[in-house]
Design a protein around this ligand. Structure first.
Ligand code: F0G
Length: 464
């Protein structure tokens, strides 16, 4: 008999939700210019915009806030956080930052010189932006399959070692300040990297004296996939798999807003003494003293506690289960989604969902708007709107992937909420031919997806 699983937590305090009626949701959508970023959170029923900073804290984390030592220098809370990072991830040195991009800024400034190349397994927006700001060029070394939403592979975030080796031979190891490996890969759909691949990347890089820096933002989710999918790890605890993963790197950047189960915070960690000394100097300029790095003492307490809670096998098992629980309902109904289902989100393939729309009619943007209109579920466009325009030609960048991301916050929603989301997506899929495209009526010059405004292209001005 198949035994079902429930949330490994119980509810002690609840946040009440507004449940808007059809007319109210339509008004909210029009007021927000058909852009889910411009909808007020109080008008949202189930918020799947992002898993970043949206986790629910535990009673122990809330209690830890009271312990926060707000001393400007040498805070007790900092030493607790430092200890947690060293113990759980195994690095020798830690520099706190206000969030992930703060760590990316420090690492990029400290390591990258103009003309350098920074290989990575698919880019993330803020990571690449900091590499480029410092004169580096990002080079994608992820396996080709990661760019195809239909190919089902257990470790679709893996590095193609040939691509890495070819780059080293082409530009020379001295032009590569470090290799950046994301575990898991957000923009590929939350896809993991295998232990075997990490080991090989590390070995190759060390032969050439190139450090490996992880983007550890969702590293616990990656460790769980290794336990599930890679032979030899099925009986190991997630925390031991995690420590082994990190041992194949020389440091990491971390957005604590995801796998550290907090609303704000991050860090840069490394084993290199010299890099640590220089990072201690630079952090003062951008974040604050090396004993708080932009976080309040109470934030550091909550993060230290969250780091331990996240490596509990029951927590992480249900976390991955919940994302898959939503994704499998959609697959069973024939809804096109990115495969396999990743660690933090289910991505709808809007090209296949709305084949009657041209990419210039913004299929993913239309689908995200239609989902809000149908049920008050908020998602995020990751397609042609997010990709912006070519800086030289002014043409729209036309990414291969035209996706809507349903990102699941950690410990926030129950599996019942996932049922509501699945029902809404499936009902939209049944009437997909009636979903209209959108025209952009206001286009901001930079990062347009945040503030752009749209109107339906249909004759009657309705989206559905
Ligand atoms: N790296 C990855 C893989 C991320 O997903 C993010 C943030 C960052 C770095 C930057 O961290 O936000 O703390 O500065 N991702 C969020 C998202 C914004 O919605 O996917 P940050």
């Amino acid at each position: 008999m198949h035994r079902r699983m429930a949330e490994p937590y119980k509810i002690k305090s609840v946040e009440l939700l507004n449940v808007l009626n059809d007319q109210e949701r339509e008004q909210a959508l029009i007021a927000g210019g058909y852009n889910t970023f411009l909808i007020k959170s109080e008008d949202v029923y189930i918020d799947l915009l992002t898993d970043s900073g949206t986790s629910a804290m535990s009673d122990l984390q809330w209690a830890a806030l009271q312990r926060g030592d707000e001393a400007y220098a040498g805070s007790k809370s900092w030493f607790r956080l430092e200890q947690a990072v060293k113990e759980v991830y195994g690095y020798r040195h830690v520099i706190p930052t206000h969030q992930g991009r703060g760590a990316e800024n420090l690492l990029s400034q400290l390591k990258i010189h103009p003309g350098n190349y920074v290989p990575g397994n698919m880019y993330f927006t803020t990571t690449r932006a900091h590499q480029e700001l410092n004169g580096g060029t990002f080079v994608d070394i992820v396996i080709d399959e990661a760019h195809d939403p239909m190919i089902d592979l257990p470790f679709k975030g893996n590095v193609d070692l040939n691509k890495l080796e070819n780059l080293i031979h082409k530009v020379g190891a001295d032009q590569i300040p470090y290799v950046s490996i994301a575990v898991t890969v957000n923009l590929a759909g939350g896809q993991p990297v295998s232990m075997g691949n990490l080991r090989e990347v590390h070995a190759l890089c060390h032969m050439h004296d190139i450090p490996v820096m992880l983007d550890a933002t969702r590293c616990v989710e990656n460790a769980y996939f290794i336990k599930e999918r890679e032979p030899g790890y099925e009986y190991m605890l997630v925390k031991d798999i995690l420590k082994k993963m990190m041992s194949y790197s020389d440091g990491c950047t971390m957005s604590g807003k995801k796998d550290c189960l907090v609303n704000i915070g991050g860090f840069l960690a490394m084993n290199d003494d010299d890099l640590y000394t220089r990072a201690r100097e630079l952090v003062v300029l951008y974040e604050g003293m090396p004993s708080y790095g932009g976080m309040a003492g109470r934030d550091m307490e909550a993060m230290a506690q969250g780091i331990y809670e996240a490596i509990d096998d029951h927590y992480i098992k249900h976390r991955i289960h919940q994302v898959r629980y939503l994704g499998n309902q959609l697959l069973d109904a024939g809804v096109p989604i990115v495969r396999p289902i990743g660690g933090h989100a289910v991505f709808l393939d809007a090209r296949q969902f709305l084949p009657h729309l041209r990419q210039e009619e913004f299929p993913a943007q239309s689908l995200a708007a239609a989902l809000y209109l149908d049920s008050g579920v908020r998602s995020m466009e990751r397609g042609i709107v997010s990709a912006g325009r070519n800086k030289i030609t002014g043409e729209n960048n036309r990414p291969k992937l035209e996706l809507v991301r349903l990102t699941i916050p950690r410990r926030v929603y129950t599996d019942n909420h996932m049922d509501v989301v699945a029902d809404s997506v499936i009902s939209l899929y049944e009437k997909r031919n009636h979903i209209s495209g959108l025209g952009m009526v206001y286009e901001p010059p930079t990062l347009r997806f945040f503030n752009a405004r749209f109107e339906p292209l249909s004759a009657n001005g309705k989206l559905i």
